[in-house]
Design a binder for this molecule. Structure first.
Ligand code: N01
Length: 529
């Protein structure tokens, strides 16, 4: 096959792209990854900000498709730092001999389907062209940075960093006066680490979020060995949770528990730390009263930790707990007790503009040496939006998704044959531990292609009726919860002008069951030709 021809082109070399490449090659396909960066890792390649680490325990935030791999890799901490996750992904790349099939420094600009040849042409921004029967977008859910629209950026004399596109060389904040804009997960991880270096740190908060201590620690060897001696049990238990990771979920509704029992459960979860909170009460995201009790518990904790009562009040979230993704921290609130750290509430008055020396809000200028934007991502659709993707009759995906993403199972969009999205909108993705969700999607794609080969089909495409029904179902599930009630990135509400549509599907086990049913019914909802 010519160098620019393949059975499958995969865009992106993060967790999803690497596993898709490995799986396609095992299936006997010629496959190649096109990757914008000069190394593997995707999100974990770009997000090198201080304090970046996963907030799902590493023994779960890792591949399970190969038992030797999961047995041999040793995690050094309960929640591995970014550099270790990147080393792990490099290890995976070399262990499965993938590097030679990845073309780095290649940013894909367009992907178009030709009905006559039933092939995709994928072009880089430098005009290099590749052709393939299958086009797989492994472009990530949180991979395009959301930069706030603050005027006069060119005026500021110091450096402006974004957590989602951090400098490869690292940044030394020693003795600098630093601003951080944003208080989401990235900021919450970065703030305590930047505060250790900086002469002063000012945090600009538009809305307070919920964050819980990680209780991160060096990985206990005995604990690691115990899990590895029966890894399948952990993986199986995790797959039964709505989030695809172990939550030690309670089965009793808070509405059936006494105030004392609820309090005890909240204290227990605070001690466990991390995202285990989502397993505290089955009605946590369904019943406003339960949610209020948990929110009150968090506000009390903030009051206990923060010495200044006014500051404590500003740090207290007032939204539904879990409506925006909760964060997991190490000493976040404690950092605000330090004399050189201050919080600037911008909930009423946004940042107006950059100046030569800093930022201005309502005629008041704040001076800094460096500014860190921890302002998140154009989530789920951002990376797809930035590529001109053309399907049948040259329709673009962007036009089709103008009022919100339309997919069948988050895997395919009608009118775009033989194109797959790994953890696309409409799949559990960001509401789960991403790694098992990625594995489940890749394996679905592999099985579908294998089925096509065995039955001599050359085209697979989502049926528009099945797609409409699935989109309606995704919305219906979300609307039955409290997740609709705030301006979260799940709803696209963090990006001005983005349609307000709840994008991920809530519930890993029912989703997997649905996919299995679809396969059992010979790819029901897909048109095979
Ligand atoms: O982004 P975010 P993130 N002016 O969108 C504020 C995952 N993640 O990068 O809440 C001023 O959550 C914005 O304010 P508001 C995780 O899934 C995982 O922190 O919109 N402020 C908010 O405070 C997470 O949820 C890990 O009012 C502005 C912040 O910026 C997701 O990535 C680590 C603004 C953005 O928070 C995104 O997290 C890190 C403006 N114009 C992230 N625009 C792990 O541990 C936005 N903000 C695996």
């Amino acid at each position: 096959m010519a160098d620019n021809q393949a059975d499958m082109i995969i865009i992106g070399a993060g967790f999803a792209g690497l596993y898709m490449l490995h799986t396609a090659r095992k299936l006997g396909l010629s496959a190649r990854i096109l990757e914008a960066g000069d190394g593997v890792g995707g999100t974990w390649y770009w997000n090198r900000y201080p304090g970046a680490r996963c907030d799902v325990p590493s023994l779960e935030y890792s591949f399970q498709f190969d038992d030797d791999l999961q047995q041999e890799w040793q995690w050094s901490e309960r929640y591995a730092p970014q550099a270790e996750i990147l080393s792990y992904l490099n290890h995976v790349t070399d262990r499965f001999d993938l590097r030679g099939h990845i073309q780095f420094n290649t940013r894909v600009a367009t992907a178009s389907y030709d009905e006559n040849s039933n092939r995709w042409t994928i072009e880089s921004d430098e005009g290099q062209s590749h052709q393939a029967k299958f086009c797989v977008f492994a472009t990530g859910c949180l991979s395009v940075s959301n930069k706030p629209n603050i005027q006069n950026e060119d005026l500021f004399k110091g450096p402006i960093y974004h957590t989602g596109q951090w400098s490869q060389q690292g940044v030394d904040f020693s003795d600098l006066n630093v601003a951080v804009v944003g208080t989401g997960s990235s900021a919450i991880q970065a703030i305590p680490v930047i505060a250790e270096q900086a002469a002063s740190l000012s945090v600009f908060q538009r809305s307070a979020g919920y964050t819980v201590p990680a209780h991160n620690r060096p990985m206990d060897e005995a604990e690691q060995n115990a899990i590895k001696s029966n890894y399948a049990r952990l993986r199986e238990s995790a797959s039964q949770q709505f989030s695809g990771n172990e939550l030690f979920s309670n089965t009793r509704l808070a509405s059936e528990m006494s105030a004392e029992e609820i309090r005890q459960e909240c204290e227990r979860r605070w001690e466990m730390g991390g995202l285990y909170w989502y397993g505290a009460f089955p009605d946590l995201l369904l019943d406003q009263k339960t949610n209020d009790m948990v929110a009150d518990f968090f506000r009390e904790k903030i009051q206990e930790i923060i010495s200044d009562p006014e500051l404590a009040k500003t740090l207290m979230p007032d939204t539904v707990f879990g409506c925006k993704r909760m964060s997991v921290d190490t000493d976040y609130y404690q950092t605000f007790n330090l004399p050189h750290v201050s919080l600037i509430d911008i909930s009423e008055s946004p940042i107006d503009a950059y100046t030569e020396k800093g930022l201005v809000i309502k005629d008041k200028e704040y001076e800094f040496d460096a500014i860190v934007l921890a302002t998140g991502f154009d989530a789920m659709t951002g990376a797809l939006d930035r590529i001109e993707i053309r399907g049948r009759q040259a329709q673009t995906l962007k036009e089709k998704w103008a009022d919100g993403p339309l997919t069948y199972l988050g895997l395919q969009s009608a009118g775009f044959p033989n194109m797959f999205i790994i953890t696309g909108p409409g799949s559990p993705s960001v509401l789960t531990n991403m790694i098992p969700s990625i594995e489940q999607h890749v394996e679905f794609v592999k099985d579908a292609i294998d089925y096509m080969h065995r039955n001599k089909f050359s085209v697979i495409e989502a049926d528009v009726t099945a797609e409409d029904a699935w989109v309606a179902h995704v919305n219906e599930v979300a609307e039955s919860t409290l997740l609709h009630s705030c301006n979260s990135w799940y709803l696209g509400a963090n990006v001005p002008g983005k349609p307000r549509v709840f994008m991920p599907y809530l519930g890993f086990p029912p989703y997997v069951e649905k996919c299995e049913q679809v396969v059992k019914n010979e790819y029901e909802g897909f048109i095979l030709k």
